[in-house]
Write a protein that binds this ligand. Sequence first.
Ligand SMILES: Cc1cc2nc3c(=O)[nH]c(=O)nc-3n(C[C@H](O)[C@H](O)[C@H](O)COP(=O)(O)OP(=O)(O)OC[C@H]3O[C@@H](n4cnc5c(N)ncnc54)[C@H](O)[C@@H]3O)c2cc1C
Length: 391
Amino acid sequence: MSYDYDVVVIGAGPGGSMAAKTAAENGLDVLLVEKRQEIGTPVRCAEGVSKEALEEFFEVEKSWIAKEVSGAIIYSPDGTQIKLVAGMAGNEVGFVLERKIFDRALARMAAKRGAEVIVKTTATTMRREDSGVVIGLKRLGEYYEVRSKLIIGADGVESRVGKWGGINTTVKIGELESCVQYLMSGIDFDPEYTHFWIGRKYAPGGYVWLFPKGEDVANVGIGVLPTQTKKSAKEWLDKFVRENYPEGEIIEVVAGGVPVTGPIETAVADNLMLVGDAARHADPITGGGIANAIKGGYFAGKVAAEAVKAGDFSKNFLRRYDELWKNDFGKNLHRNKVLQRKFVKMDDDVLNRLARSISDYDLSEISVKKLVMELIKKNPKLLWDLKDLFL
Ligand SMILES: Cc1cc2nc3c(=O)[nH]c(=O)nc-3n(C[C@H](O)[C@H](O)[C@H](O)COP(=O)(O)OP(=O)(O)OC[C@H]3O[C@@H](n4cnc5c(N)ncnc54)[C@H](O)[C@@H]3O)c2cc1C
């Protein structure tokens, strides 16, 4: 078969653009396909990401960042506060992005490195032919096919590419956080922190967040597990907003799902790699997926280049990609899935007790591991079975 491209990337979110950029940088002929007419909109994200996650790969531009924060405050149901410095608070705390700008900037980087980028084009089918793949694309009602050595599925939470390639990416109803978010202005909060409210009182199976985008503007959102509540995410969020920020104006509404399955067994098949939400790489506790999408995209782009060089597009060869993400963030995904299962079962009294047991610690001076070990020591009955995860 003669090929139109070395690699076709489906989806121009952070994962897809990073994969396309990396593959193009490594000399491959790349096509990046996005179904929306504008990359980056509508935003379905609270836009929080750690500084390290961005600085590892990019010279961060001012225009990408709406607000920089120094840490996170977690509120337990009885109002006990735990203050974490940004470095401890995980992959979602540090910068609050303008994803409308950031996602576009990443796609532009891919284009600058030589990737062809097309929007308003949906990938609808895929079949294997000889040693490559034929991908069906629909653009403005017209169907056409392109031939490629590899396909990278970066098509987000509703991914179909994995299924086409025979990878099991099924998300059960109990593993899909249902999220709603308002961009709110005219509200009063401490803009130096991102804020999280946990417990059934606020968000069964999830949490409420407030991510500052300015002094009085923030993304205020919620994720709940539909198996844990009969009320919708919107009903829970409206209650929270009524009780806490009645003075605010809602200037944008966002709804979406976040897969919290934990790591899938493999994100590769013959001719195919999955990255980001399509590979279920979002963090099972926080739901954050930008950092892992970028990293996964980078790994997939690199492995694509190695595969093209070797002329080998088999699942066996592409397992290198599985190794890379598993050895990097795969362990955290696994650990956080175990923690999330436990967290979902905890009632509000337990969460209050846990929060109170560490509320007087100076959390700027202790590592996450030490903090968790302290929590386990102070609450052995509840948490003893978790200790091996942190040793
Ligand atoms: C309400 C909410 C809040 C969130 N907050 C945060 C947060 O604060 N921090 C964080 O790290 N993560 C957050 N997330 C998760 C984060 O948004 C995702 O993990 C991240 O966007 C994953 O990037 P991605 O590139 O894998 O997929 P996406 O960003 O979802 O991009 C996938 C792209 O593929 C395109 N596409 C899909 N199907 C096709 C097709 N067939 N053909 C062509 N194109 C296609 C889509 O249009 C889309 O542009 C949040 C999610 C939600 C829903």
